[in-house]
Write a protein that binds this ligand. Sequence first.
Ligand code: PMT
Length: 405
Amino acid sequence: MYGKEQNFRGYKVVVGVSGGIAAYKTVDLVSLLTKRGAEVHVVMTKAAREFIGPVTFEAISGNKVHLDVFDSPPGWHFPHLELARIADAVVIAPATAHFIGRAACGMADDLLGTMLLACQNLVFVCPAMNVAMYKHPAVQANINKLREFGYTVVEPDYGRLACGDTGPGRLAENDRIIKELENQLLFNQDLNDYTILVTAGATREPIDPVRFISNRSSGKMGFAIARAARKRGARVILVSGVLHPKPPEGVNLIEVESAQEMYDEVLKHYECVDVVIKAAAVGDYMPENVASQKIKKNGNALTLELKRNPDILLELGKRKQHQLLVGFAAETQDVEKNAKEKIFKKNLDLMVANDVTVPGAGFGTDTNVVKLIFAGGEANQLPMMTKEDLSNIILDNIRMLKKCK
Ligand code: PMT
C-alpha cells in the first residue's frame, strides 16, 4: 500500500520561502517532502523571488505557488485562511532576519505573514543569515519570541556562509528539518499497528441504466474517520460509495456502487483487518429485476418489486474472529433501544448512534451528535462536534477496546 518512506502521505505542508540565498536549498526540501508523500504548497515572499523563480517550486511540488493575498486560486476566497486551515505544518525555510522580525511583531503585510497569524498548527522556523546578523540581540530576541508563540526553531548549522564568514547561520540541513517534522507531526501515530477498514457514503441500487435508489449519505463521516485513522498511522482500506468529496490521501480507496459490491469488497479484506468501522449508509433493498433498457413512462403508475440486500455488518458479526466491529446506527426514534438491538444482533463491540432528525447530526453535515454505545450496555452521549473530532474520539475508544481484548 505505502512504505515507511512515504510516511508524510495524507499530510499537507505549507513551505514559506523568504528572501535569502539559501532559498535554492528549499527546492530540495520541497522535493524530499513530496517524495515522502506530503502535499506541499509553497508561499514565497517578494524578496524570495529575487533568488529563485516560482516555476521551480511549481514543477517540484506539482502545485501552484502562492504569492499574493489577493490572488485566490479557484474556490479559495481567502488564500491566507485556506492555507492556514489546510496546513498540518508550516515550514519557513529560509527564514531571514527580516521575516523573523516581521513574524515576531505579528505583521500581516504579505501573504506569508498573514497566513502565519491565522495558522493554528505546527510552525517550524528555519533561520538562515549572516553570522553577525544571527547573533545580533534583536534577532535573538525575535527568535525567542517565536519560541514563546510555540513555534519550533530549527537552529541554523555552523559552517562557511555564502558571504565568506564562518559560524552559525547556514540553513539547517534538510534531513534535520525533516527529522524535526517527523518528530512532531508523526508523534501521535498510536494506530500504526492497525489495519482499519472503513466504509463510507451511500450505495446505489440500479433500477435501469439511468436510475437508481440511494440515500442522503455524503460520505463525510466515513471520510473523516479514514483521514483521522491514517493520520494516526493506521493502514486504511476505505470502501466507499460513489462520492464527490476529495478522498483522504494515503488510504487504499475502493469505490463501489451497490450494496452487493460493498459486501464483496468488505468480505474480501475482512480476514486481514483489525478493525471495521461501518459508517456507510447501505441500501437495505434493491429492485428484484434491473431493466436492461431505460424504463419508458406510459402514463400508468409504476410498481417496483424490491428484495433484501445482504446485511454486511450482520455477516461480519457472524464471521468475527480477532476483529473489532464498529457500526453506525442512523435512527429517527428510540435511538438507544434500536442501537442496542443492532449491537446484539450484529455482534458489535461499539455502536455510534446518531439521531438523524437532530440539527447538525447525520447526513451531509460537517458535524454530528452521537451516543457511543458499547457491547456491555454502557452509553455515552457526546455533544455536537465536527466529524473530524468525533472520528478521533471513536478511534480513542477503539484503541481502548483493542487493549482490553
Ligand atoms: O455520510 P454522511 O453524510 O457524513 O452521513 C453520515 C451517516 C448519517 C451516513 C452516518 O453517521 C451513519 O449513521 N451511518 C450508518 C447509516 C445506516 O445505514 O444505519 P443503519 O442503522 O441502517 O445500519 C446499521 C449499521 O449496519 C451501519 O453500520 C450500516 O453500515 C450497516 N449495514 C446496514 C445495512 C446493510 N445492508 N449492511 C450493513 O452493513
